[in-house]
Design a protein around this ligand. Structure first.
Ligand SMILES: [Zn+2]
Length: 164
């Protein structure tokens, strides 16, 4: 879906509001989309036509690999997008240029949604498998605990050394 900037000029309240449904493709490393992206969005052109405020709320499901056990599991994503795009009079030179939109072009909603879906993936993907924690480590052997105590002298012992 692409929102045509020119059509926003003519739209009531200079805004486009509607439902969104699309499919995104991600690299196999990222995961596998198991549902289309569905949601709703509002794009509003500012009164002086210098910017477009975009707000959208999208849901989708993805199958990703657990970072601990590497097993695939399903992840439900809720992706909120709030961005303001500057409307520029010249077509952007590079497709890498973010947050600008050409006055005679359009806002690529599919690409925007795709970027935000990827950004919304958790940094640590965990399927629920047991994690090694400090509590799971075997307790310190009593014999070693004595040695550990010897290695850490109490403060009063060191401070009073040699006095009186
Ligand atoms: Zn796991």
């Amino acid at each position: 879906m692409v929102i045509d900037v020119a059509s926003l000029h003519a739209a009531p309240d200079r805004e486009w509001r509607g439902a969104y449904r699309g499919t995104i493709e991600v690299t196999p490393d990222t995961g596998l989309a198991t549902s289309p992206v569905v949601g709703g969005l509002v794009a509003t052109l500012s009164a002086d036509s210098s910017s477009i405020a975009f707000h959208g709320d999208f849901q989708m499901s993805m199958r990703v690999a657990c970072h601990w056990c590497a097993e695939p599991y399903d992840l439900d994503l809720d992706v909120e997008v709030d961005e303001v795009f500057t409307v520029v009079s010249e077509p952007p030179v590079s497709t890498e240029v973010e947050e600008t939109v050409w006055a005679r072009g359009g806002l690529d909603v599919d690409d925007l949604v795709r970027q935000h879906v990827i950004l919304s993936l958790p940094a640590r993907q965990h399927c629920g498998c047991p994690l090694p924690t400090a509590q799971d480590l075997p307790p310190l052997d009593p014999r070693w605990r004595k040695l550990a105590d010897l290695g850490t002298p109490r403060p009063e012992e060191t401070e009073d050394h040699g006095a009186t």
